[in-house]
Ligand binder design. Sequence first.
Ligand code: LRH
Ligand code: MN
Length: 424
Amino acid sequence: MLVEKYKIDQFNHEILNDHKRKFEFVASSVKNVEEILQKLVDFQIAIPSWALGTGGTRFGRFAGGGEPRSLEEKIEDIGLLHKLNNCSGAISLHIPWDIPTNSNNIKALAAQHGIRFDAMNSNTFQDQAGQEWSYKYGSMQHIDKGVRRQAIEHNIEVIKYGIELGSESLTVWLADGSNFPGQLNMRKAFQNTLESLQEVYAELPDNWKMFVEYKAFEPNFYSTTVGDWGQSFLYASKLGPKAYTLVDLGHHLPNANIEQIVALLLMEEKLGGFHFNDSKYSDDDLTVGSINPYQLFLIFKELVEGMDARGMNHASDLGWMIDASHNVKDPLEDLLQSVEAIMIAYAQALLVDAKELEAAQLANDVVRAQEILQGAYRTDVRPLIAEARLRGGAALEPLNLYRQLKVRENLIKERGLKTVATGL
Ligand code: LRH
Ligand code: MN
């Protein structure tokens, strides 16, 4: 479904005065507001190709209708999101769920929608029809060289698809691990995995990055061979300068201090990017900022501080990707909310006066330090993000316009109620 520009302009016109009033109020208290607005306009978040349909659990899946039936329709749906908020200008593909039938056509369609290809994702956690070796007992860690070879070849094939589409990074998430003590020689598993990743690393074009995604548990429930940030850092350090860690917010044990992990990985120049989502218990893949928005703000505070300390470009030097699953919400509404939550946390972090905070830290003025942080966190930055959208030609209130245009109803008319998108 296409959203014509005039419909966005009409919608914005109705609420423009109210927006201007709110924007001028918050802008009046922000020192470098134009610099912040430009950063918000430049910031783009990649949408996962595997999260455009209804997700589910082993207990059930409740399809919502109008789901994309092909990669082309997935790109159209992301194009619609990007038209509404002007900060969803990238797609992250998962292979083989989204093999591009004709890369040039897919590339041209994405370009029409202003969508670029972010990290490619390999899949050695499921057995495909006709596959020679099973990944039941792992892939790159596997005791059997044939299985490891198959996993290596698959990742090299994924890189090839990515090169054709203009992607410049590969995310490797390995489900590998064990379910019971004694099942696995964990040192050998590490060495097999490292050797396998080294063979994939050797095939990376010069300008590419490899993201090693860690996860504490699931689908293995005793050990995971890339189980935490330390292990991912170890692999990325041993692999070489093109290898980095990838932080999926849902992949930590309860109460992990993720913002500290982010601060250290960034300082060590080994932070590659993010899979944003939220969770209360484990890898719940809930809407970003829906459970713990303060943690998301603290993570962005460390990101802005750490990137500025190294003179990094906020928009392009790290991988900004969502990885969520939509069990009860309309997938596109859920993604609009997630993108908004990320932009809010980023804008709040940009309001933190780094010099004031450092002065408080150097004076051990703990109260002042907290007041500086929470002052930024408690600032309603939504008018700043809306203004950035307005300047980018998008909607002041994407979710409201999405509903006003009855997008889901139209997609169901176009595609039917029973369509199922590939993915999780
Ligand atoms: C694993 C993960 C990984 C993806 C998958 C869809 O939990 O986060 O990033 O490959 O979800
Ligand atoms: Mn992930």
